[in-house]
Design a protein around this ligand. Structure first.
Ligand SMILES: *[C@@H]1O[C@H](CO)[C@@H](O)[C@H](O)[C@H]1NC(C)=O
Ligand SMILES: *[C@@H]1O[C@H](CO)[C@@H](O)[C@H](O)[C@H]1NC(C)=O
Ligand SMILES: *[C@@H]1O[C@H](CO)[C@@H](O)[C@H](O)[C@H]1NC(C)=O
Ligand SMILES: *[C@@H]1O[C@H](CO)[C@@H](O)[C@H](O)[C@H]1NC(C)=O
Length: 125
């Protein structure tokens, strides 16, 4: 008869992450409508239990005096150094045209959080 093993309680991850949206059109637009999934991209196992806050830091360093820290290319490069990231994907963005001169451009985005499989090492007691 197999001996029962009890699992440690689950790992909790707290992170600040990025949903990057972009769209190009040669036609001037009034609204960009996006509706997609924010998926977790995991390169490394999480801590086996307890709270994992290693990425609970802003994607943009808002206290930096250096212009390079606000450069989109550098922000994205630094973000992709992380072992746990999120990626927003919308295969069907909708670009609406016909903006009146005095109306603002609108970004209407719905971000969904699909159920994810999260990997962390098991310790048995
Ligand atoms: C995550 O970071 C935010 C902002 O710095 C802070 O308010 C919050 O307490 C942190 N959460 C944890 C669990 O460390
Ligand atoms: C943000 O920039 C400041 C100034 O360069 C630096 O001291 C600080 O460590 C940076 N914070 C993070 C989280 O990288
Ligand atoms: C990211 O993963 C690499 C390889 O496992 C590890 O060496 C590095 O310490 C990890 N970084 C953080 C911030 O956990
Ligand atoms: C954004 O789009 C949704 C439809 O998915 C709509 O219900 C909502 O009113 C729109 N919001 C704005 C500010 O246009």
């Amino acid at each position: 008869m197999a001996r029962g093993k009890s699992l440690m309680r689950m790992s909790t991850l707290v992170m600040q992450s990025m949903a990057f949206l972009q769209f190009f059109s040669p036609v001037p637009g009034s609204q960009l409508y996006m509706n997609g999934d924010l998926k977790l991209n995991q390169r490394q196992l999480l801590n086996h239990r307890g709270l994992d806050t290693r990425y609970n830091v802003s994607v943009v360093n808002g206290t930096s005096p250096f212009a390079s820290d606000y450069d989109l290319m550098n922000i994205i490069a630094a973000y992709w150094e992380r072992n746990v990231t999120t990626v927003f994907s919308d295969p069907n963005p909708v670009w609406m045209t016909g903006r009146a001169a005095d109306t603002p451009f609108i970004i209407n985005a719905t971000i969904r959080y699909p159920v994810e499989v999260i990997l962390y090492p098991l310790k048995t007691a």
